[in-house]
Design a protein. Structure first.
Length: 376
């Protein structure tokens, strides 16, 4: 298995399923650049499992942040390809011509570390969430099972409830997944909306996505939607933290929906300034980014160059292993595939790796931890 075993990071797949499917985890190599000025200006304190420093410079009341090491999980690297981009809609609310001044940063109340998973919900709490959705579905729960953490049986990781026509899974982080046991007729999103109107809003932005294998063969497709906010800033938040993903079955029917609830169950730290696209690009070219791509193997020059940038958007990097949910510029960087990796692929096929640059300025971090993209 090589680096083209890509983790397609659409941020719509429940972390639990990824963890179960991929037992081995690899992490980016950490480079710590200490910020002496910030250390002098800040009084560091421990807060609920995360390190924050109260900012005493620039008359700001915002707590300083600490970028922790991102565990990308699994083998290979995060990325996309030309086939996926060509056959998928782009519903990002931001583009390079839009200037964003501020975006919120959130503390993840369900931060998981060293194989442990903290849960703010008991079994009865999770069951109440399942009952809420069963009521919306017009059905009663027939039975349910709970699944505890592998390291601590007192922690309930998720509850799976069965109704006559649905399976409702509620995670310890508040995430919800609904499986339609009888998806006949649910061939597109309009059919789902007609049958399940409570899942939709008037201002929804919807896109259809097609996935491909590393050999260029079509895989499954899905819809992704989020509610358009009153401002671009709110839309950027909703794009990652308040989205839904509707997945097709092999028969072409929509079989399930994953409901992202991360913003609802996170604690807002404040609205932070955002660097411009040009500033983010400058940091990228200077090597100040987070990536699971091995540049030495997939970039002939060994470093990111401007000519390799295919696309960029703004997303929140999420997951139970993140102490903070903060915005990043996500750059799609063209990768130079090895000859044997191109075997059987279309001549014009291109592959892109994800490179992330923090959207919050350096001075708002108590330290500025960077990755060089190599695996440990």
């Amino acid at each position: 298995m090589n680096g083209l075993t890509v983790l397609k990071a659409m941020n719509g797949i429940d972390d639990r399923f990824i963890a179960e499917a991929v037992p081995e985890k690899k992490k980016g190599k950490l480079l710590v650049l200490a910020k002496a000025a910030a250390a002098v200006a800040a009084c560091i304190c421990l807060v609920a499992g995360g390190v924050y420093a109260y900012n005493s410079f620039q008359n700001s009341q915002l707590p300083l942040l600490s970028i922790e090491e991102i565990d990308f999980g699994g083998m290979g690297f995060e990325g996309s390809d030309s086939l996926t981009l060509e056959h998928s809609d782009d519903i990002s609310p931001w583009n390079e011509q839009i200037k964003i001044d501020k975006l919120p940063v959130y503390k993840n109340r369900f931060y998981r570390y060293e194989g442990q998973e903290k849960s703010y919900y008991s079994e009865s709490d999770l069951l109440k969430v399942a009952e809420k959705y069963s009521t919306l579905l017009g059905e009663e729960i027939i039975s349910y099972e709970n699944f505890t953490d592998d390291f601590n049986e007192k922690i309930v990781r998720n509850v799976i409830a069965q109704t006559q026509n649905h399976q409702i899974s509620v995670g310890g982080d508040g995430g919800v997944s609904i499986v339609f046991k009888n998806p006949e007729g649910l061939t597109d999103l309009s059919a789902v909306k007609a049958k399940y109107p409570f899942l939709f809003n008037e201002n929804d932005v919807v896109g259809k996505y097609q996935e491909f294998s590393v050999d260029g063969e079509p895989l499954g497709s899905y819809y992704k939607k989020y509610e358009k906010g009153e401002t671009v800033e709110q839309s950027v938040v909703n794009y990652t933290l308040k989205k839904m993903r509707f997945t097709h079955s092999e028969n072409g029917e929509i079989r399930s929906v994953n409901i992202n609830t991360q913003q609802r169950f996170s604690e807002k730290l404040g609205d932070y300034p955002v660097i411009s696209f040009d500033e983010a690009k400058e940091k990228l070219l200077d090597g100040q980014y987070v990536s699971s791509v091995d540049e030495v193997s997939y970039i002939s020059s060994g470093r990111v160059e401007e000519r390799l940038i295919k696309k960029v958007d703004i997303i929140y990097y999420t997951g139970n292993n993140q102490q903070l949910f903060m915005p990043y510029y996500r750059f799609y960087i063209w990768l130079d595939l090895l000859p044997f990796e191109r075997t059987g692929l279309p001549e014009d096929y291109e592959h892109y790796g994800y490179f992330y640059v923090p959207a919050v300025p350096e001075e708002y971090f108590v330290n500025y931890e960077l990755f060089d993209g190599e695996f440990q």
